[in-house]
Design a protein around this ligand. Structure first.
Ligand code: SF4
Ligand code: SF4
Length: 291
């Protein structure tokens, strides 16, 4: 088992133990989802790397001005991950297979059907909404960062500027806009419709249709349809997904299920640690409420 797999399992393991101690079946929560929930389809063969989605996300979320302006392409010289001040980033690849020229990949929280972050969080700071967004409540968070370890897509970012007030930042799927009948800012801004918003089930149909009609253009896979129980964000690609840094070794089962067999192999102190943290936090909050 790799170090990362081990850490992932530990995050969920801690959650499970805490849940038992608290008399609540947290890890067994049902994230089976809502049939009409929304999703996004990102077509890597369409993206031109303009970073318009990054700029739109920045504006919609009132984030700080970027260190490198959004029209500057030098950012593509290194691979980036979402941060507390950039909930989505676009990376450039030169894969050995597929068409000549660069391939661009937009990265953000994928709003999993059964989110590893939610399963790992000892205080239930994450919620999968009926609309499809996975939202985070900073009022509940006590900064253990198990969600960061449990996420298979490295999406949650810790705001290190808020040490006394722990805070995770990530894409919200523009939840308020969606609830008001709008569409997420990145999809609205994309000039080539490489990012498409819609009902997840319709997007899967659309993606399958594109693959069927253009078998030479796409690899025969919709990333996110099944991985870790399925994700709200889905991807089409013209090159093998591993060549653009997708984690292609993920299981189809939700990550919380993957940890069941692992629990018995983890030293007890490691399994208990997140539970201890969670209980300390609960005690602290209880005392505060008593005052
Ligand atoms: S991508 Fe990561 S942060 Fe987003 S819902 Fe899935 S596990 Fe949670
Ligand atoms: S706005 Fe569209 S084309 Fe531009 S980088 Fe984002 S996904 Fe690609």
């Amino acid at each position: 088992m790799s170090r990362r797999s081990c850490l992932k399992a530990l995050g969920a393991a801690g959650c499970t133990v805490l849940s038992v101690g608290a008399g609540k079946a947290h890890a067994a929560r049902n994230f089976s989802g809502w049939p009409d929930r929304f999703g996004m389809l990102v077509d890597l063969t369409e993206c031109v790397g303009c970073r318009g989605c990054e700029a739109a996300c920045n504006r919609a979320n009132g984030l700080p001005a970027p260190e490198v302006p959004f029209d500057e392409k030098s950012v593509f010289e290194e691979k980036r991950r979402p941060t507390a001040s950039a909930f989505t980033v676009v990376n450039r690849y030169s894969p050995k297979d597929g068409p000549r020229g660069p391939v661009y990949r937009k990265v953000q929280c994928n709003h999993c059907n059964e989110p590893g972050c939610a399963s790992a969080c000892p205080v239930r700071a994450y919620t999968k909404t009926p609309e499809g967004a996975v939202l985070y409540d900073k009022e509940l968070c006590f900064g253990c960062r198990y969600c960061m370890v449990a996420c298979p897509f490295y999406a949650p970012a810790y705001d290190y500027g808020s040490a006394l007030d722990p805070r995770i930042e990530k894409c919200t799927f523009c939840h308020e806009r969606v609830k008001a009948g709008g569409i997420p800012a990145c999809a609205e801004a994309c000039p080539v419709e490489a990012v498409r918003f819609g009902r997840r089930k319709d997007l899967i149909t659309l993606a399958r249709e594109r693959i069927r009609k253009h078998p030479g253009r796409y690899v025969d896979r919709v990333f996110g349809e099944h991985e870790v129980g399925g994700t709200g964000w889905l991807y089409l690609s013209g090159v093998p997904f591993e060549q653009v840094d997708f984690p292609t070794d993920l299981p189809d089962k939700p990550l919380v299920e993957q940890t069941k067999g692992f629990l018995s192999a983890v030293p007890l102190v490691l399994v208990l640690w997140p539970a201890v943290l969670g209980l300390c936090y609960s005690a602290k909050r209880y005392k505060e409420e008593e005052r």
